[in-house]
Design a protein around this ligand. Sequence first.
Ligand SMILES: C=C(O[C@@H]1C=C(C(=O)O)C=C[C@H]1O)C(=O)O
Length: 87
Amino acid sequence: MDISDWRQKIDELDVEIVRLINKRAEAARAIGELKKTADLPVYEPRREQEVFDRVRKANPGPLADAELLHVYERIIDVMRTLQRRDL
Ligand SMILES: C=C(O[C@@H]1C=C(C(=O)O)C=C[C@H]1O)C(=O)O
């Protein structure tokens, strides 16, 4: 494959990633609404640690665990912001 083939692959993967991140955001928003009803805090560090542990276990590489967790820290930060925005 040449560069343009690999870039096309990335473009296709990005469409999937965007769809999945938005599905994750839908779930986070639903959780946010339930938290609001139950008067629970948006930030739940123990749950976030579980997510990080699961992500680390699922990591097939080539990303290092620390690199993948860096991406996930941003994703979760955005999910928290979404929950607060919708409160
Ligand atoms: C989505 C939740 O809210 C927050 C966001 C999380 C996430 O994006 O995985 C995890 C914990 C919470 O800090 C949740 O509580 O499950």
